[in-house]
Design a protein around this ligand. Structure first.
Ligand code: GLC
Ligand code: GLC
Length: 825
């Protein structure tokens, strides 16, 4: 069952009924100011950091799940009838409803009693504010008199404190109202030099800033007394809950349309120029007034919206494909790329499942997010790499997380997740392949943000590699530390106290648990860095790294292969995990993916064997599960993984992030059909038809789909902020479509099923536009390998890398023929 449909031309998902199985959200903003917005206008906004600079309040895990938002109310002044045009929070019946989520904007439109309201929410580029344009149309044959109310509930900035510290907060809330603009000024009197504002373009018929005054005692947002009575009361909040509510009265002739613009924004003043007049308690508004005035002007707002759309045309235009598969096309061309932008911006901080207060930016998360983003805005990827590297510790290790506002490592979570550093190498390698900008390696970067500790980025990468080499266990495999990629495999932590962190409680000394996963990841990272060193002419370093990679491959060969598949780890006691010797958790997906991606087992049949076992034991119609059999009991020596009920999350759920590794592994093993089959199993668009089972948004990936051990097999959770976005993008574009940046050119290496016929790819790469046509020919029955033959600007070339042009900027035509190798006669 569907709840909407894709509008591919407009790059929108159109939701046609408000009662989606879960709130289906979108993101506003792509630079410093962000918001989440659901299909019923729920959500909140923040400046840079969802915890420390939250503008509006949201109550997570509420009933209903999504409550608190950018709510409008309409009141018919003749009948007294009132409703929300976004359905929530009044849940009044609507004659029609449509929500269009687009690239950085959302439009919700509905009609009731002949009054249509279409509200478009977006954040103009370069600004720290959001514009809501409410277009009100009288579709009756008679004149209409309506009141329109626009509302926000302010958060007192620190979202964690806001949700807990009531003994203080109920006394600190403050506002100013001037020229019809509501300013939220809590704590501005003391240490904050920022404030929020909420303005409206139409002449004011009144306002409220006290929540109690607007809603009325014992009422919620579903039944504000001011709306019911048709009049706000110009209330001024003193403590308690400051809000912004504007009332506008409209008289509309039949067929008449009026636009009312609301602007919600964030502003800062210099510390020494906060007040006007100086020494008063009143905010200096001289800088912000012109900004507010600009966006209340309909023409300026419209052109800002146009600029946003154009910017997205540019970003998405760096890679576009035309194939005969609409699920592949719309994900690659629009939604998967868009989700990569969102994960790049927000890491795992703010979604419907991430509260914005729990986690900042993850070291391993953000470095992986970059893989799917780097081609869109390489300059931002560059800055991100330098920011992350500056949080790296002098040991080469990493803080597991850092705060986006301060860009400093988070002490509370600390370090010791031993896969973290290697991902930095992969991120830098991806950046270099995309841009060729070797100069980044010479950039001086601090360790642990300590002034004076600057060393070239290159040094950070070496230390990342050495970090693993200096931490090998009894089998010569990397020590796992608190956890590797799988946060829930906690082999050195034996937690038996409820509520204790599975990752950061370390209660056994001398943890020697080892990770085959990190071994595979290390091989990839060391080989990437070896290639970079070789590219720069540093032969000794390149050889050292190749030798280190080869040493690790030997350790995996000796202790990482279980006979039919790759083992997962060795526990604290030196016992294998992910082995036929185990009763549960016999086989894990991660080492099959990562070791094969590292090239291990490709030339001796082990890769093919492991992939066959994955297909047999782990693959389900809803994707490939993380491990089998799922753990049925809590196991002290395994940690959080066994805390989940079977079939959920890391305990036998389809943890979607890992699936693209298997797509890439299948491609490397020459099974194009298999890669594409896995791709479609978790492709959100391909799952749209079962939205009642999947339940999350059909336009973005979710972190997890419940596995077959769960009673809700097929149900997705934790949509949006997941490494699934970047990795699926990489798998689809670089391995299935097969257009892959390399240090010395663009490699064309498609792994498409033969029935794909002909596909077209447009790729902007280092300033040049590549127009690529791939023709797939049916494979031979004898299974002879596929090869790609390239014709570049009419000339056949003998490898599958299109060399870089002497002068970038032009267009290059590439024809790639994929088919069976010619059998020598
Ligand atoms: C979550 C974390 C990620 C981790 C994964 C597997 O998605 O954000 O860092 O690798 O879970 O545990
Ligand atoms: C929890 C989640 C896991 C996530 C981790 C991040 O353990 O289950 O998926 O990676 O938190 O800290």
């Amino acid at each position: 069952m569907r709840y909407g449909h894709f509008d591919d031309d407009r790059r929108e998902y159109v939701i046609t009924r408000p009662d989606t199985p879960l709130p289906w959200i979108n993101y506003l903003g792509c630079e410093d100011y962000f918001g989440i917005i659901s299909n019923t206008a729920g959500g909140y906004s923040f400046y840079r950091d969802a915890r420390l600079r939250r503008l509006t309040r949201y109550r997570y895990n509420n009933a209903p799940l999504d409550l608190g938002g950018r709510y409008l109310y309409v009141r018919d002044e003749e009948s007294g009838d009132s409703w929300s045009p976004s359905w929530q929070p009044t849940l009044s019946e609507l004659d029609d409803y449509e929500c269009r989520h687009g690239m950085g904007y959302t439009t919700i439109s509905s009609k009731r009693a002949g009054i249509r309201v279409e509200t478009r929410y977006f954040v103009p580029l370069g600004e720290t504010l959001e514009v809501w344009r409410a277009r009100v149309t009288n579709e009756r044959s008679a004149p209409a008199r309506v009141s329109l109310f626009g509302t926000v509930e302010f958060c007192l900035w620190d979202a964690q404190d806001d949700a807990t510290n009531f003994q203080r907060n109920y006394s600190t809330g403050e506002v100013e109202v001037e020229d019809g603009v509501i300013y939220h000024t809590t704590e501005y009197r003391e240490r904050r030099d920022h404030f929020a504002y909420f303005a409206c373009s139409a002449p004011s018929a009144g306002f409220d800033t006290s929540r109690d005054a607007f809603l009325g005692p014992y009422r919620g947002w579903d039944r504000p007394v001011a709306v019911e009575r048709g009049a706000t009361s110009d209330s001024i909040a003193h403590g308690w809950q400051p809000i912004g509510a504007h009332q506008v009265r409209l008289v509309l002739a039949p067929g008449e349309t009026r636009d009312v613009i609301f602007v919600l924004g964030y502003a800062e003043n210099p510390k020494d120029a906060k007040f006007d007049p100086p020494g008063s308690g009143t905010i200096d508004k001289r800088r912000v007034r012109p900004v507010i005035a600009r966006y209340l002007d309909p023409d300026a707002a419209e052109s800002a919206f146009g600029a946003l759309r154009n910017r997205w045309d540019g970003w998405l235009g760096s890679l576009q494909v035309v194939t005969d598969n609409s699920h592949l096309d719309r994900m690659v061309n629009v939604w998967n790329a868009y989700q990569c932008m969102v994960t790049f911006n927000l890491s795992r901080s703010a979604s419907l499942y991430e509260s914005g207060i729990g986690r900042g930016m993850g070291f391993r998360d953000s470095t992986q997010d970059l893989l799917g983003f780097v081609h869109m805005v390489p300059e931002r990827a560059r800055q991100r790499i330098l920011d992350i590297a500056a949080t790296q510790l002098p040991t080469g290790g990493a803080y597991h997380q850092y705060q986006p506002l301060t860009k400093r490592g988070n002490d509370a979570v600390g370090s010791g997740f031993n896969d973290d550093p290697a991902w930095l190498v992969l991120a830098v390698a991806a950046y270099l392949k995309e841009t060729g900008d070797l100069a980044i390696l010479d950039e001086p970067v601090e360790y642990d943000n300590a002034p004076g500790s600057e060393r070239p980025l290159d040094d950070h990468l070496r230390r990342a590699i050495d970090y693993t080499l200096e931490r090998l266990g009894p089998h010569g495999l990397p020590l796992i530390g608190r956890a590797d990629w799988n946060d829930c495999l906690n082999l050195n932590c034996f937690s038996d106290t409820p509520g204790e962190s599975f990752q950061t409680t370390q209660n056994r000394d001398g943890g020697v648990a080892e990770s085959v996963f990190i071994a595979g990841l290390f091989v990839i990272a060391a080989n990437e860095l070896a290639a970079i060193a070789g590219h720069r002419g540093d032969v000794p370093e390149s050889e050292r790294l190749r030798a280190a990679a080869a040493g690790m491959v030997a350790a995996v060969d000796a202790h990482g292969w279980d006979g039919e598949w790759f083992r997962r780890a060795y526990d604290f006691f030196g016992e294998p995990i992910g082995s036929v010797l185990n009763d549960e958790g016999k086989i894990f997906i991660e080492p099959q993916g990562i070791c094969i991606m590292a090239g291990i087992g490709l030339d001796d049949g082990r890769a093919v064997r492991a992939l066959a076992v994955v297909r047999e034991r782990l693959a389900t119609p809803h994707g490939i599960v993380l491990q089998q059999p799922a753990f049925t009991r809590y196991e002290l020596r395994l940690g959080e993984i066994s805390s989940y009920p079977p079939g959920y999350k890391e305990n036998g759920g389809v943890f979607c992030h890992t699936n693209p590794w298997l797509m890439i592994a299948e491609a490397l093993a020459g099974n194009s059909e298999g890669a594409f089959d896995y791709y479609l199993r978790i492709n959100p668009s391909a799952r749209e038809a079962i939205s009642d089972v999947h339940r999350c948004e059909p336009y973005v990936y979710a972190q997890m789909i419940a596995g077959p051990d769960a009673p809700t097999h097929g149900e997705a959770k934790n949509s949006w902020l997941t490494g699934t976005a970047a990795w699926n993008y990489v798998a689809a574009t670089q391995w299935i479509i097969g257009v892959r940046p390399e240090l010395d050119g663009l490699r064309i290496d498609p792994h498409l099923p033969a029935e794909c016929g002909e596909i077209q790819v447009l790729r902007r790469f280092r300033g040049t536009t590549y127009r690529i046509i791939v023709r797939c020919q049916p494979a031979t029955d004898d299974g002879s390998p596929s090869v790609t033959r390239l014709v570049v600007d009419g000339r056949p070339i003998d490898r599958n890398i299109v060399p870089l042009p002497e002068t970038p900027g032009g267009e290059i035509q590439v024809e790639a023929l994929v088919g069976p190798a010619e059998v020598p006669s």
